[in-house]
Design a binder for this molecule. Sequence first.
Ligand SMILES: NC(=O)c1ccc[n+]([C@@H]2O[C@H](COP(=O)([O-])OP(=O)(O)OC[C@H]3O[C@@H](n4cnc5c(N)ncnc54)[C@H](OP(=O)(O)O)[C@@H]3O)[C@@H](O)[C@H]2O)c1
Length: 337
Amino acid sequence: MLKLGVIGTGWISKQFVEAIQENGSWELTSVFSRSIEKAEKFGEELGLNIIGYRDLEQFFSSDDFDVVYIASPNSLHFEQSRQAILAGKHVIVEKPACSNPQEMKIIQQLLYKNNNVYYFEAARHFHEPNFLKVKDTVKQMNTIQGATLTYMKYSSKYDDFLAGKEPNVFSLDFSGGALQDLGVYLGYDAVSWFGLPEKVQYVATKLRNGIDGKGLALLSYPGYTVTLNIGKIANSYLKSEVYGLKETIVMDNAADLEEIRLIDGTSEQLLTQKAAANPMAAEVSDFTEILKNPTSLSSKQKMEDWLAVCVQVNHVLYELRVSAEIIFRADEQMREK
Ligand SMILES: NC(=O)c1ccc[n+]([C@@H]2O[C@H](COP(=O)([O-])OP(=O)(O)OC[C@H]3O[C@@H](n4cnc5c(N)ncnc54)[C@H](OP(=O)(O)O)[C@@H]3O)[C@@H](O)[C@H]2O)c1
């Protein structure tokens, strides 16, 4: 059995634990929270006997788990991942894994030195069969003439922001904003389907504290552009599209890929496979296969391939953010080092 420790007791941690329970190869043993009561309640609600921690050093020096799932606010991912790697724990860190390329570089250097540790960014849709189907279909297109990808969902936390509060997801201090939170999915789409863009620009709709509530990103590729339409303060019902010559891939949503069609003039083909009920099932299945075979060359190669995409997405998001003059506290902290 793979033994898991979790950081963060929000709904996403619960969904992740439900996915590992369905998978059947895992056991949740430990939970880190700012409050022991919360950690224990998290275990109770899932019907599990866990050990609660509120001291991060003690949590990481525990022998009770081998893999940590990090679902804390974005700005904490880097330091928590750093400590996990140094403690020899495998890391599954929620997206976005790092706030900027400087943090990413330090993680890469640590992984190089601790090459028995696995590190995954939990970019859930990247592991789904429907995502891979779009990737294969794009690869088969003789001509690519661009794409428009949309992921815009009103966040319930925006109600709090409008009421004068500053939830983590709308905070520069916690590396929040639409680009980091939802744009990361579209970043994965663009980098995986089209490669690294030559040039990027982000036109952000900024909120009172300078964070991006929504925005339009333009990614320039040789001969075409990819447009990303991102937002957390409004809802969009637009479909997403990839343009070939006469054929178009049409997706119901560029991050929650449930229905994908290839339309060529008058003919239409449904490409979708039925997605798993738990949207984290596919990534859990991929991580499990690797972590159960940690010494195999193919496991190491897969992690390297995924890490390469993670690093490129981090780079693209950072360049987009810089183009819109959005500066996180995490950027300033790196400059001070
Ligand atoms: N893959 C997906 O589909 C998906 C969906 C949603 C979110 N996410 C990612 O999951 C992560 C967590 O998102 P979230 O919306 O759950 O974030 P959140 O509510 O702001 O924080 C998550 C957890 O971190 C702890 N926390 C909150 N504020 C903190 C602070 N100021 N200092 C230290 N710890 C704090 C809390 O746990 P304790 O109170 O127990 O300490 C909280 O439950 C983010 O990186 C987000 O991008 C992924």
